[in-house]
Design a protein around this ligand. Structure first.
Ligand SMILES: [Zn+2]
Length: 164
């Protein structure tokens, strides 16, 4: 019985992306509410401010293709800002090469991001977003390096790098 159940779960995990593609369930949007009034912009205003790709990530919790961002290779000193509202989110001091194909950090700047749990891939994941405009940035995992053990896996398109 157990064996049957575990095999069934395994198959379910395998076909999930396909089911998601077929049914296109309603999205759970973290990014829909901004913490500060000024950044509670209507959809149309965001569409004017952002490229379609960046809109998809920041406002619809999209994910860019792995290894598609030039920020993967960015090794200069500087600060990574939110591409939506320009709030500083990450310092280059906490950037590391995770090998995942997305810019990765072991810590965020204090108070710069908010989190929520999402179940898009069934298994709960911790989504994080810009604390000012609510723009989706990525997901944070507990398999990062010391001192925090966190891995902030960020969409490159959701960031703007400002070198020192
Ligand atoms: Zn922002």
């Amino acid at each position: 019985m157990n064996k049957f159940l575990s095999r069934r779960s395994f198959i379910l995990i395998l076909i999930m992306p396909l089911l998601k593609f077929i049914f296109k369930p309603n999205k759970v949007l973290a990014s829909s509410s901004a913490s500060q009034e000024d950044w509670n912009l209507p959809k149309e205003a965001w569409k004017e401010r952002l490229t379609p790709e960046t809109y998809y990530i920041l406002r619809e919790e999209g994910t860019e293709r792995a290894f598609s961002s030039s920020l993967n290779e960015e090794k200069r000193k500087g600060v990574f800002h939110c591409a939506g509202c320009d709030l500083p989110l990450f310092s280059s001091d906490t950037k590391f090469d995770s090998g995942t194909g997305w810019p990765s950090f072991w810590d965020s700047l204090k108070g710069s991001v908010g989190t929520k749990v999402d179940f898009k891939l069934i298994v709960p994941r911790t989504e994080y977003h810009c604390s000012r405009c609510g723009g989706h940035q990525g997901h944070v995992f507990n398999d990062g390096p010391l001192p925090t053990g966190k891995r902030y896996c960020n969409n490159g398109l959701a960031l703007r790098f400002v070198p020192d």
